[in-house]
Design a protein around this ligand. Structure first.
Ligand code: MGD
Ligand code: MGD
Ligand code: SF4
Ligand code: MO
Length: 763
């Protein structure tokens, strides 16, 4: 008798969660095929992806962790004993209670990574435990855009590329050909073949830059200045949408004054561009009836310039009337299903528990007080941002509390779906801090370098073994995913089960009513009037938002406006001013326009700006690009890898065996280096080894891979899977003092480094 069954399920090796049909026999998946009847409804996405077939191998990979493991030898010795779940969770719960008793609940921190799982179960556990110290990647991924959109427009905006309406597309610091590899990238290929102008701002000539009508090879870290330069031209050439600005924007006159010095010539000097290209780009953006602008990690990870760059981009959209308009961008809606903010149950925290957040007073926006101020505004239109991501504790402060007990000791850490020894900044410090803990619990698929340091490694169930529900933090009315095809193999558990079962041991029973993750998702959907079965049938819950929602009349007969202090789009942002920040977007000193020297050269000061800009080289010497004048950018996405994942796949490694660093051919020649050389990148934080590759990009920029370790080696001491060899985060730093003032963003791009040939080895 054939006992095979066909089951719908999803991949979760990237954020798309493509739909599959699994052939299941005796509780095991024996085959997977793309399912085009469910979201994202496109077989080409899957077939064009090199990862999807890995789902079968990963399910039963002999290197997967299948049982709870407890440390037997010295920390990091990679000696383990298998224990039962009850033994592991009883002991972890008891030790957490004892630590909380001694130091207070904030002594427990957590760490997360990219969007590999639903993180609200961890956040709910933390809220109920009473700790505000969840740490993550928020400050350098997602938060800056969400925060600055919310403060400027009252909520987040999404790009609305519509080939029938959109008349200009700007791609700014993002390379979807490698990072997205899917529907969005294919829509850009379509745009590049059409009449719609495509402008790309990126120091590297990426695949999208190669297809662009205009490529602005900006000097890393100077994007805010460039955006203000575009605003200058748009205002000077009167490409402003005056009707929209007068009706809906606050602070336009101030912005006009503010951008006066940002002439194309002055901006070109700072950004290393041709002034004519700046004018051309501004005209393209300003003249189109609908312009769309998509930004990415290139502007999310430039430390002090993060907030002003996003704000300047928001201003560009606003002064040209490209807000909540078809073909430009759309203000998202709160989810109809239970939003993240309720799922994470942060409201259950006491004021005293919130006040213990390590961010206070270092980052006045990214902390509970900042959140509550911002939320008081967005709530006017019924919108609530998730709390936990946007208050996530700054790694610098968490590491300090671990290492120095200052301002109180953080003694325990739960790590879910991240590999901080490779992906967090300043590996040496992360290593020292994690090694110093009383209790380190890592929930993982594999024995990563981070897991090898743990007291307990708990086996996580992956996609196919668990239901999925990708909901973008509840800031948009969309969720996608589907059911599990099989029960978790061996003794793996979903992350949800781990946190629920820990929670039950710590008196949280009332807040975990659903025995399973699927039950919890079904409850979430019930708020939207949809059943789990209905959701699984299409793999998508989506309601398209309307446009021009600010015009909608409320019960008082007045238009809704925007959920900001003034009810308008805030070109001059009042809440940022109240928090001690800049009301108008202002770049950090390294990207500042040189000050005007008197007015003798002319009324508009242009020539004096140019004279001053000649001195810019001197200013550079004390900034990011001293030494050999090189500027390091890190982590440009490359298929088929994802951060520190998939390096053990033999096919992937055969095609991409070594960590690479890229420079332009001219820079290689200047440095006396050749393609294939083994080189060492170094700065005051550390050094790492790479193979040199030449690529079309801006001269003097060095672009290094991130995520490299060597899973084929021993993960524990002394080498920890090779994390000290080619791990670019041994050169990065997350000090809160050097970061962006409101959110605390540190720099993975626009960093100082030197490069030398590794004479000791041959590639
Ligand atoms: N293959 C693969 N895909 C991934 C990931 C992965 O690790 N691998 N990670 C996922 C995650 S977590 C994220 S956040 C997304 C990120 O997705 P993207 O935002 O698309 O990230 P990248 O592809 O690295 O593109 C960033 C671009 O910014 C450029 N850049 C660097 N510094 C600057 C600068 O100062 N100014 C400007 N204008 N540009 C600059 C880089 O050259 C690079 O081309 O990708 C996701 N997708
Ligand atoms: N220098 C530099 N550093 C960076 C970046 C950069 O561009 N440059 N990018 C930053 C960005 S944007 C991001 S998002 C981070 C990404 O950083 P991470 O998320 O830490 O990177 P990954 O290598 O994807 O690590 C994910 C780990 O979680 C495990 N895992 C995957 N899925 C699950 C799951 O469902 N449950 C559990 N329990 N475990 C799971 C995997 O086995 C893997 O070891 O890196 C950041 N670090
Ligand atoms: S890795 Fe991403 S694009 Fe590829 S099949 Fe999985 S979900 Fe789809
Ligand atoms: Mo990310």
């Amino acid at each position: 008798m054939d006992t095979r069954e066909l089951k719908p399920t999803n991949c979760h090796f990237c954020g798309y969660l493509c739909a599959f049909t699994a052939t299941v026999e005796d509780g095991r998946v024996i085959d997977l095929e793309p399912d085009t009847s469910r979201y994202p409804y496109d077989e080409k996405i899957v077939r064009g992806c090199r990862r999807w077939r890995m789902n079968l191998d990963v399910l039963d990979d002999p290197n997967r962790i299948n049982w709870p493991l407890r440390r037997k030898g010295e920390r990091g010795s990679n000696e383990w004993e298998r224990v039962s779940w009850d033994e592991a969770l009883d002991d972890i719960a008891a030790r957490l209670s004892a630590l909380a008793e001694e130091h207070g609940p904030a002594t427990l921190a957590s760490a997360i990574g990219g969007p590999h799982a639903s993180f609200w179960p961890l956040h709910r556990f933390m809220s109920l435990f009473g700790s505000p110290n969840n740490m993550g990647i928020g400050q350098i991924c997602w938060n800056p855009r969400i925060w600055m959109d919310a403060l400027t427009f009252g909520w987040t905006v999404e790009a609305d590329i519509d080939p029938n309406v959109t008349e200009a597309v700007f791609i700014w610091g993002t390379n979807p050909a490698q990072s997205d590899n899917s529907a969005f990238w294919r829509s850009l290929i379509g745009i590049s073949k059409s009449e719609v102008p495509l402008v790309v701002v990126d120091p590297r000539r990426t695949q999208v830059a190669a297809r662009a009508d205009l490529w602005l090879a900006v000097k890393p870290g100077t994007d805010c200045t460039l955006a203000l330069g575009l605003a200058h031209v748009i205002i000077a050439e009167d490409l402003v949408d005056h009707g929209f600005v007068e009706r809906w924007c606050h602070g336009f006159d101030e912005l006009v004054e503010h951008v006066k010095p940002y002439t194309p010539e002055a901006v070109a000097q700072v950004c290393g561009l041709d002034p004519d290209d700046i004018v051309r780009a501004a005209r393209i953006f300003g003249k189109a009836r609908a312009s769309v602008l998509v930004s990415g990690r290139g502007v999310d990870q430039v430390g002090p310039d993060v907030a002003p760059t996003h704000r300047a981009i928001c201003c560009l959209r606003a002064i040209t009337g490209n807000v909540d308009k078809p073909g430009a961008c759309v203000l998202a809606e709160m989810s109809d299903f239970t939003p993240e903010v309720d799922l994470e149950m942060s409201a259950s925290m006491t004021d005293e528990q919130k006040a213990a957040c390590l961010n206070t007073p270092y980052t006045p926006l990214q902390c509970y007080e900042g959140y509550e101020r911002a939320c008081a505004l967005t709530e006017r239109l019924g919108r609530r941002l998730p709390v936990r991501y946007l208050t996530s504790a700054h790694p610098d402060l968490v590491l300090k509390a671990m290492l120095e007990g200052d301002p109180y000791p953080v003694r325990a850490l739960i790590v879910e779906a991240t590999n901080p020894l490779v992906t967090y900044a300043d590996t040496h410090r992360v290593f020292a801090a994690l090694s110093s803990l009383d209790l380190l619990v890592v929930i993982e698929y594999y024995m990563t370098p981070t897991a090898s340091l743990a007291d307990y490694v708990l086996p996580a169930a992956g996609a196919v073994e668990r239901p999925t529900f990708q909901a973008h933090g509840g800031v948009a009315n969309i969720a996608y995913g589907g059911p599990a095809a099989v029960e978790p193999y061996y003794e793996r558990k979903t992350d949800y089960d781990v946190f629920r079962e820990l929670g039950l041991r710590l008196g949280q029973a009332d807040c975990w009513p659903d025995e399973t993750l699927q039950g919890a998702y079904a409850r979430t959907l019930a708020d939207a009037g949809v059943t789990w079965e209905q959701y699984c049938a299409t793999g998508l819950y989506w309601r398209p938002p309307a446009f021009a929602k600010h015009e909608l009349l409320g019960e008082d007969g007045k238009p809704a406006g925007f959920a900001t202090t003034t009810g308008k789009i805030e070109l001059a942002c009042e809440i940022l001013g109240e928090l001690g920040g800049d009301r108008l977007p202002t770049p950090s000193p390294r990207a500042a326009i040189p000050p005007l020297r008197g007015t003798a050269d002319g009324d508009d000061g242009t020539e004096s700006v140019l004279a001053a800009a000649d001195d810019a080289g001197a200013a550079e010497a004390d900034g990011a690009d001293a030494a050999e004048g090189l500027i390091l950018i890190t982590g440009a996405r490359k298929q088929p890898y994802n951060a520190s994942m998939f390096l053990s796949n033999p096919d992937f490694r055969a095609g991409y065996p070594d960590p690479l660093v890229e420079v332009s051919p001219r820079t290689a020649t200047r440095l006396g280096l050749a393609e294939g050389d083994r080189v060492v990148l170094a700065n005051e934080k550390g050094e790492a080894s790479f193979i040199l590759k030449t690529a079309p990009m801006r001269d003097d920029v060095v672009s290094a891979d991130y995520g490299w370790w060597f899973p084929e080696r021993e993960p524990g001491a002394p080498g920890f899977g090779g994390i000290w060899e080619s791990n670019i985060n041994t050169l990065t730093d997350c000090s809160v003092a050097g970061g962006e003032a409101m959110i605390g963003t540190w720099s993975y791009n626009a960093i100082h480094c030197t490069i030398r040939k590794d004479e000791g080895s041959t590639a």
